[in-house]
Design a protein around this ligand. Structure first.
Ligand code: URP
Ligand code: ZN
Ligand code: ZN
Length: 462
């Protein structure tokens, strides 16, 4: 079947131009100023932006975190993603049993996602300990499964030591694998969490105080130095949240360090630690790293503008407020960490970024579509509107308007971090492989429509 998207403003990371797109067999066949074919189905995009489907490279669907399980599985979570204009995700696996092979979680995640996801999906592997077998399995899994990234945590139960990380970085360099890293100084965080608890300071507002911005900056700096020592190993800093962390990134860029990428998330751009002031509502925002000061948000917008930050993702990790988040009501350290956001990202970035003049429409595509695809081996299949790319497309009406309300969202979670936010712009249509899967906020696809993404190497590893 042929589809023609007519008269839209086609946007890539480098240019926006008027034109028509011809789609056949789920692929973009051609772009021209004018197509007129008798047997095609037409979509009128006059006055609308036509964007590549957005790519979210940081989600946690169906995550088991200690006693709690994130409430979106790969069906509800990807329906929510699709309705927010995201047509591919790369999901971060949960930790498996202590000492398990890297294959354990790869198999588990295929069980969780295959036949359920409604948009294309890939996985990041997860590192829990390091030995010869693990290092060998990284290579094997990247070759057989197209899982070309393995995440390391510097805090939580399975944090890696510098000694382990350095070995991982050396092998990552050799094998062309990228290492996404959660950067927080575990010693300080662990001490402060227990100190605040002992003082009886257990409400939500102590969560950010127990994870100060210097913990992120120290860990970011240490990882950049270790990666440089390992010969500019390919690393990727996930969910950067602070001006202090960003200044470490800027130092590394000034020193011409190569092969690292940097991500922030919607919430670190648009929400502040004022959200923790109300002890009850504050539980909704318990995530790590925590929300920061307005000055940090402003600095992160600056990082997006000047190219020091490469990607905006979500860290979508939803726990229900009415039940799961209440575990933190008497003690913030018992609250499951994480918050929803996979559906809100593109609409918020358009409204807060493009409509308010902080970003151009091409910047939006660079940060949400093109660079995430390049960072994780999906480009040029994803992240661009050009011949031979998958026909994953979002049609956005810049004149549309919306008030974000939980009731109009599609995640299984019971709240949004952005209730009542007024948004400029609205998503009219979302296409995945040339099929309309969302029309005016209604999901039209099927479980299992999403394809598993065997990824190639990151641009950081070439
Ligand atoms: O609080 C968060 N972010 N939970 C999800 C796991 C992680 O650290 O990315
Ligand atoms: Zn993290
Ligand atoms: Zn995460």
């Amino acid at each position: 079947m042929r589809t023609i998207i007519k008269n839209g403003i086609i946007v890539n990371d480098s240019a926006a131009f008027h034109g028509d797109i011809l789609i056949e067999d789920g692929i973009i066949q051609a772009i021209s100023t004018h197509f007129d074919l008798p047997d095609a189905e037409y979509i009128d995009a006059s006055g609308k932006y036509v964007l590549p489907g957005a790519v979210d490279v940081h989600t946690h669907m169906d995550l088991q975190a200690g006693a709690h399980r994130a409430v979106d599985d790969f069906y509800t979570g990807t329906v929510a993603a699709a309705c927010g204009g995201t047509t591919s995700i790369v999901d971060h696996m949960a930790f498996g049993p202590k000492g398990c092979s890297l294959w354990h979680q790869v198999e588990e995640y295929h069980r969780l996602a295959d036949g359920k996801a409604v948009i294309d999906y890939g996985f990041h592997g997860v590192l829990q300990h390091v030995n010869e077998q693990v290092l060998e399995e990284m290579k094997e899994i990247s070759e057989k499964e197209g899982i070309t990234s393995f995440k390391a945590y510097l805090t939580y139960d399975f944090k890696l030591s510098d000694q382990e990380l350095f070995q991982v970085f050396q092998k990552a360099k050799e094998y062309g694998i990228v290492i996404p890293i959660h950067c927080e100084n575990d010693g300080v965080v662990t001490y402060l969490r227990s100190w605040y608890r002992q003082q009886g300071h257990t409400s939500a507002k102590y969560h950010p105080l127990s994870r100060p911005s210097g913990c992120e900056a120290e860990a970011v700096s240490r990882m950049l130095h270790l990666a440089a020592l390992a010969g500019d190993a390919p690393i990727y800093i996930v969910h950067l949240s602070t001006a202090a962390g960003l200044s470490e990134i800027r130092k590394a860029h000034a020193l011409h360090q190569k092969c690292f990428g940097v991500e922030t998330c919607t919430q670190y751009l648009t929400r502040t630690d004022a959200c923790y002031e109300d002890p009850r509502q504050g539980l909704k925002f318990i995530m790590s790293p925590p929300l920061r000061k307005q000055a940090d948000c402003d600095a992160l917008w600056g990082g997006l503008q000047d190219g020091d930050i490469d990607v905006v993702a979500t860290d979508h990790c939803p726990f229900n407020f009415a039940t799961q988040k209440q575990f933190g009501a008497q003690d913030f350290t018992a609250c499951p960490n994480g918050a929803p956001g996979v559906e809100e990202r593109l609409p918020i970035l358009y409204s807060e970024g493009v409509a308010k003049g902080k970003l151009s429409i091409c910047d939006l595509v660079r940060l949400l579509c093109t660079t995430p695809s390049k960072m994780y081996g999906l480009y040029p299949q994803k992240g661009v509107i050009q011949p031979n790319a998958d026909a994953d497309i979002v049609i956005l009406d810049p004149k549309g308007h919306r008030t974000l309300m939980h009731d109009s969202l599609h995640s299984a979670v019971d709240y949004t971090c952005y209730e009542g936010m007024e948004l400029q712009g609205s998503i009219d249509l979302v296409l995945s492989h040339g099929r309309v899967i969302v029309r005016n906020n209604e999901f039209l696809g099927q479980p299992g429509d999403g394809l598993y993404l065997k990824r190639s190497h990151s641009i950081l590893a070439q």
